[in-house]
Design a protein around this ligand. Structure first.
Ligand code: PMP
Length: 434
């Protein structure tokens, strides 16, 4: 099972060398390249439950779950069956299907603020389209985002974004004209005073505020309830729309997402990841009156050849069915909290400054004495120690997110035994990090 290979024999090395010849950096999404932690990315050959296997046949306990979607565990038989059945009926029609109606009905039923929804194929499309809708509906240009929040790679959102961009120390991408981002205001996460000041000076020009209500792209950082409450109140007062980007936290922190958790009703919500169960489905939705601005009934254009793809929707619907089983989120939250507590205790035994936090099936691990509240606090963590921890855990067969700026994900397949094995491995590793 875990057969270590010498570097010269490694299929991962061979594949990475080949990949870099035909693909920039050898990867199709930057954070996969291990640039932050160094070393060779693992090329994955298959996955099942809480595990995946790399090209050298080494097994890992997987704590990224495809960066969120694999909430019921990899290759869940019911999800695979739904995909196989759908695929057998045809892959894509470019015409509406009943599956899309069912998925829209399901999302509207489950997410409190959504009365109408449009399906797209990626989180980037969902946030980009929600933004266009907000600008179209309000007739305003300015948008507010928060430092360290990532909302996909649409031009006007690539300002001080998190995740892969933090990894590269490249907060604003090349190729984005200044003119495109001059309407994007970037504020500090969890800073109510700054928010109030901004709205006091230019509130009536702001089309929308977009926020990750549980942020997972600057490690895990939870919004303070008073921050989200202030956001809601200020947006309402000034006629700006509040967009919750729940691409990551939707159906991840609980069945009703962060909005259910905090009891806050956004005007628009972006969803992704879990609602596709590992296939490309994302969505944006909100009040019907707002969504009626979308083409073909309204003036805001948006479209997609593969939007609402029948095979992808089948995977998403099977996943959404599984997460509604009684006790699903209670169990997932308990397992995730167990992992966070176990890692914290193991670090403490070894005398390493470390803490961990979790929300539903998301967690953060920080090489700092306290859980951060914003981007600057998160960046102050000990990244060098994280990198050593990362590689030692990888050697132990535990795959965390390959950067200190990413949240981790637990699935329903992460049993007590799997969590215990992780904590045992961490115990062995922490003592080597002092
Ligand atoms: N919003 C958030 C909060 C995300 O975490 C991500 C992806 N990590 C996106 C948007 C973009 O989604 P995608 O990668 O599917 O385009």
């Amino acid at each position: 099972m875990n057969q270590p290979q010498s570097p010269s024999q490694s299929q991962n090395d061979t594949l990475f060398a080949r990949a870099q010849k035909t693909t920039p950096g050898g990867v199709n999404s930057p954070v996969r390249a291990f640039r932050s932690v160094g070393g060779t990315p693992r090329f994955i050959t298959r996955a099942e439950g809480p595990y995946f296997w790399d090209a050298d046949g080494k097994r890992y306990i997987d704590y990224i779950g495809s960066w969120g979607p694999a909430i019921v565990g990899h290759a869940h038989p019911e999800v695979i069956k739904a995909v196989q059945d759908a695929a057998a009926r045809g892959l894509s029609f470019g015409a509406p299907t009943e599956g899309e109606v069912l998925m829209a009905e399901e999302i509207c039923r489950l997410v409190p603020s959504i009365e109408q929804v449009r399906l797209v194929s990626s989180g980037t499309e969902a946030t980009m389209s929600a933004l266009r809708l907000a600008r179209g509906a309000t007739g305003r240009d300015k948008i507010v985002k928060f430092e360290g929040c990532y909302h996909g790679h649409a031009d006007s959102l690539l300002v001080k974004a998190g995740s892969g961009l933090l990894t590269f120390g490249n907060p604003t991408s090349a190729g984005v004209p200044e003119d495109f981002v001059k309407h994007t205001l970037v504020l500090n996460y969890n800073d109510v005073a700054q928010l109030e000041e901004t709205f006091a000076t230019m509130g009536d020009e702001i089309a929308c505020v977009i926020v990750e209500p549980v942020a997972g792209n600057m490690n895990l950082i939870k919004a303070k309830p008073e921050f989200l409450q202030a956001l809601r109140a200020l947006c309402t007062k000034h006629g700006a729309l509040l967009i919750f980007d729940e691409v990551m936290c939707g159906f991840r922190v609980g069945l009703t997402g962060a909005q259910g958790l905090y009891g806050i009703t956004p005007d628009l919500t972006a969803l992704g990841k879990v609602i596709g169960g590992g296939m490309p489905v994302a969505a944006f939705g909100g009040r019907a009156e707002l969504m009626q601005n979308m083409s073909p009934v309204g003036p805001v254009y948006q479209a997609g050849t593969l939007s609402g793809n029948p095979v992808a929707v089948a995977a998403g619907m099977a996943t959404l069915k599984l997460v509604q089983q009684p006790g699903f989120y209670e169990q997932l939250s308990a397992q995730t909290a167990k992992l966070a507590a176990g890692l914290t205790a193991a670090a403490k035994e070894a005398g390493i400054p470390f803490c961990a936090d979790s929300q539903g099936g998301m967690f953060g691990i920080y090489f700092s004495a306290e859980v951060p509240n914003n981007y600057a606090e998160m960046m102050a963590g000990d990244r060098e120690r994280f990198n050593r921890f990362y590689h030692a855990m990888l050697d132990e067969g535990v795959y965390f997110a390959p950067a200190a700026f990413e949240a981790g994900f637990v699935s329903a397949a992460h049993t007590d035994e799997v969590i215990e094995a992780t904590i045992e491995a961490a115990r062995r590793v922490f003592v080597t990090l002092a």
